[in-house]
Design a protein around this ligand. Structure first.
Ligand SMILES: Cc1ncc(COP(=O)(O)O)c(C=O)c1O
Length: 394
């Protein structure tokens, strides 16, 4: 079957975060929102059909994770990532960000040092602070239009007592797919100094270049000191289904984590969410391959357009996912001016770089998980705004 990713849906009356929060975030609704990281494509038909089928039964009571739930995860991880996950490792969660918080609460204490690698998806930063842990930055280093880890500094932080690393793999916002070599080195450092690694792999299925390597597979040590967080939410555009999993091979870590989830009474799942996950992981391969091809086209289009028409902006080509990190420093604007330029002149709603922490200054993040025609409109707006900027300066 050939899926159609060109179809445009009006999401305005669906309580969508991407549309409903514009006024609060940008001060206006009069813009094209290309920020919050969900896509504008229809969720797959087989996912929707599975939920409809469940609704044929009118009793929607408390629902368990059944055998098919575990089997669908095991086969997806094996087929897509060549990772032999075991059923006992799996814990259902309401979200990956809750998984980061549950990891911190169950495996560290207030005041403990936790490392994150900015620029990074903002909840990595604020959840550490909100939960009274000490936030340590191990800033990524920009090299040849992409980011690399500063592994010497990471080692120093671990040596100085950091208890946990919140790893983002693939990385948001830069879209890096970390190499086996980098991940192995992280694992050596973590193992040497007793640091737990929580690996957020929510973008793992969306790799466009290279291959995603689950952190827990890079060594026996990595397997034993890690929590991996995964979800079908980004992959199949079902973020509203509150359906994620933690995969924890080490029994001691798993017991602590599970105990915390139980004590927070955060264990129950959504009857339709379970159906969505099972259908996605069971029938999703073909849809995903087609969607990734469409995304590649979108990325190529935006990167080419910006490079040719607004050369002061340098897009970082993502190796994974539907977000492009735009280096706007060539526009020589402050972050406030950059925001005004995008919101007021271009009428585009993008995520602003500083919210991603140190290294985010002068950047914007654009979401290209949307029909091509929407991106064409966005690029037209950017080109017009840019032209008026150039006119002003001559
Ligand atoms: C790296 C990363 N982790 C987690 C999330 C959100 O996860 P959830 O909605 O399951 O809490 C996102 C969403 O953009 C993300 O990019």
């Amino acid at each position: 079957m050939k899926y159609n990713f060109d179809q445009v849906f009006d999401r305005k009356d669906t309580s969508s975060y991407k549309y409903g929060r514009c006024k609060l975030y940008f001060g206006t609704d009069d813009l094209l929102p290309l920020w919050v990281a969900d896509m504008d494509f229809a969720s797959p038909d087989f996912v929707i059909d599975a939920m409809k089928k469940r609704l044929d039964h009118p009793v929607l009571g408390y629902t368990l994770t059944d055998e098919a739930f575990y089997a669908s995860i095991l086969s997806w991880m094996q087929n897509r990532h060549q990772w032999a996950v075991e059923k006992e490792w799996i814990r259902h969660l309401p979200g990956v960000v809750p998984g980061l918080v549950f990891s911190m609460l169950s495996l560290t204490r207030p005041g403990d040092k936790i490392v994150v690698q900015p620029p990074i998806y903002p909840p990595f930063i604020y959840t550490v602070k909100q939960n009274d842990r000490e936030l340590l930055f191990n800033e990524l280093v920009e090299t040849n239009g992409t980011y690399e880890m500063n592994l010497e500094e990471l080692e120093q932080l671990a040596k100085d007592g950091a208890k946990m690393l919140l790893l983002c793999s693939p990385h948001n916002p830069g879209g890096m797919v970390w190499s086996a070599e980098t991940l192995k080195r992280v694992a050596e450092i973590a193992e040497t100094y007793g640091m737990i690694v929580v690996s957020d792999e929510i973008h793992a299925d969306l790799v466009l270049e290279g291959k995603h390597i689950p952190y827990a597979t890079v060594s026996e040590a990595a397997k034993n000191h890690s929590v991996t967080l995964m979800a079908p939410s980004k992959t199949f555009n079902i973020a509203g289904m509150s359906m994620s999993v933690a995969l924890i091979p080490n029994v001691k870590i798993r017991q602590k984590f599970n105990r915390l989830v139980d004590h927070l009474q955060a264990a129950s799942g959504h009857v339709l969410g379970f159906e969505a996950l099972k259908a996605a992981y069971t029938h999703g391969a073909d849809w995903l391959d087609q969607m990734l091809e469409y995304l590649q086209g979108n990325i190529q289009y935006v990167v080419d357009f910006i490079t040719q028409n607004t050369p002061e902006i340098k897009p970082m080509r993502p190796q994974a996912s539907f977000l492009i990190w735009l280096d706007c420093k060539g526009l020589e604007m402050s972050d406030k001016e950059l925001k005004d330029f995008f919101v007021e002149q271009a009428k585009l709603g993008l995520n602003m770089g500083p919210s991603f922490g140190p290294g985010g200054e002068g950047f914007m993040r654009i979401n290209v998980g949307t029909p091509r025609s929407v991106l064409e409109e966005a690029m037209k707006r950017l080109q017009l705004a840019h032209a008026s900027l150039v006119r002003k300066t001559v």
